[in-house]
Design a protein. Sequence first.
Length: 318
Amino acid sequence: MGHTIVGKLWGHLDERYEPSIAQGARESECELAIARRKMALVIALPLALLTSVPMRAGAAAGCQARALRPSRIRAAEPRELAAFDTSDFESWPYVESDFRRIDESMDYEFYLQPRFVTHIDDGAIAALTEYYRRALPPGGDILDVCSSWISHLPPELPYGRVCAVGMNVRELEANKALTTFEARDLNTDPSLPFADASFDAVINAVSVDYMTRPLELFREMHRVLRPGGIAIMSFSNRYFATKAVRAWLEADELGRLAIVANYYQHSAPWEAIRALDLIPLKAEGMLKMKRTAASALLASFASMDPMWAVEARKPLDG
């Protein structure tokens, strides 16, 4: 699924990192994916069934991420992995079963208890905040979709309205960045309770993997954006395994970038769809390591969380 745009992502990796490094990463990617999936079956999934802690893909319990200093992240500019156009996409590559989940119970039951925790490490948070600092228009009206008790917005920048839709009222009440919010299960009702052309930006942090009706939601995001507005879907490799959709669980990182790009392409007339690595210095360091399945898996345990984003804009004449 999405082989054309995954190939384009690999092509940009070849261009933007040393070719020999990118080739080594490509050769080991299948081995690494197999190792991670085996580890996920043996460790991550049983643990996820017993706990409500988001698991890093392929990570064993008890392994702590070693985050880079946030000051180093702030100095790193996000790296574009690919800019897509319509010729990069094929027909809609997913079927209904791709959006099934291990736990098909109502989402409000899963999110009933508030979780005042961060689901990504400090380095990934710093990278996302820095990206928002560069990408979001100062003074603009922002909609945070699938919001929680923190939106990761730069605290020093003035914005207009910051509205949110999320699952847990107590978490939303604790979010000091918000001006208004509404609790809503977007998998049950993906409509957004706002007028057309209400926002300059729509953001979603580490939640796009849970969306079971993504095309309807992305159409709604497009509707509530003003012409020229930006939508940003960001994610890492941590998620609640029982609530992530099947397509997400079966994809690697590049495959997940392709999934989100397809959501944009097939939902509404978006333009300027781009995939970004928000922590390029982490990616370069990882790619320069000896790339065997074992060493890469161990490196994934010891390294900080990655951070990716796929963004798109509503056309000025949209």
